[in-house]
Design a protein around this ligand. Structure first.
Ligand code: FES
Length: 268
């Protein structure tokens, strides 16, 4: 089983071509680190070229659950664009809670299997059937609540082998201690805002009228990444790579704060 932290960089907007990251990044910069996988107690960076090759080998088996399934979108998009067969199983309590359903219904209806309002007692059978339908050599990726991922992991590892199962850790590994938070002065698009100790940069900027996209608000999806033009961020996320942190040029504004009293930020 591989635990992943991804996707960390989404240069396209959601309404653009969100999700074509593996192929684009592999062509533009094969050595670029696109995400990290859990490796023992630490994380190992995975390059764009390696990720694109892994995605190409998927063939089938993206299984997702919950309100947002951001980690699955880039893989589904890549597989769809490159004409690779795959199945995306989307579990949610209702259509209203399946945020990406309209997009997926529009882009890849033939690959999409939607399971709305399915009682937990019936999820097992659906997961088993999905995994059983995957050709030999397929990989399964899953994101969603821990219990759901555990269930899929048990079935997929048994059927496909542990090396062919990958799960998205959709929960921050640890929460940063907020007690030492200090107010930060953030300059964005020519205006300066004070971010109090008990609020996030994301909250303050969006309340002021910015349009910064966010999803997890826990520092794990990368949706809210912004460019740092001045100041030093204090990274509290689980999504940026070591190199990106060290560069000081990017930060996730839903959780991260600042080592310096002031930051100047721009859209990523
Ligand atoms: S990292 Fe997900 S919204 Fe900030």
């Amino acid at each position: 089983m591989q635990e992943m932290s991804m996707p960390l960089v989404l240069p396209e907007t959601f309404t653009g071509s969100l999700g074509d990251l593996p192929g684009r990044q592999a062509s533009a910069d094969p050595g670029r680190v696109t995400f990290s996988v859990r490796s023992g107690a630490g994380w190992t960076d995975v390059t764009a070229a390696t990720f694109a090759a892994d995605v190409a080998a998927l063939a089938k088996g993206l299984i997702a659950a919950g309100i947002g399934i951001t980690p699955m979108l880039s893989m589904a998009r890549w597989l769809h664009v490159h004409g690779r067969p795959f199945d995306l199983h989307y579990f949610a309590r209702s259509a209203g809670e399946a945020a990406f359903l309209p997009l997926l219904q529009d882009r890849c209806p033939e690959a999409l299997h939607v399971h709305l309002g399915l009682p937990r007692s019936e999820q097992d059978a659906v997961v088993r059937a999905a995994v059983a339908a995957a050709p030999s050599g397929s990989h399964a990726f899953v994101c969603g609540p821990e219990g759901f991922m555990d269930k899929v992991e048990a079935v997929a590892c048994e059927a496909l082998g542990p090396e062919h199962f990958h799960r998205e850790s959709f929960q921050a590994s640890e929460s940063a201690d907020q007690s030492g938070n200090r107010p930060i002065e953030v300059t964005f698009e020519g205006a300066t805002y004070v971010v109090p100790a008990d609020r996030t940069i994301l909250q303050v900027l969006n309340q002021a009228g910015a349009d910064i996209a966010s999803s997890c608000s826990e520092g794990i999806c990368g949706t809210c990444i912004m460019t740092v033009l001045a100041g030093v961020p204090e990274h509290r996320d689980n999504v940026l790579t070591k190199a990106e942190r060290a560069s000081g040029e990017l930060m996730t504004v839903c959780v991260s704060r600042a080592q310096t009293p002031k930051l100047t930020l721009d859209y990523y």
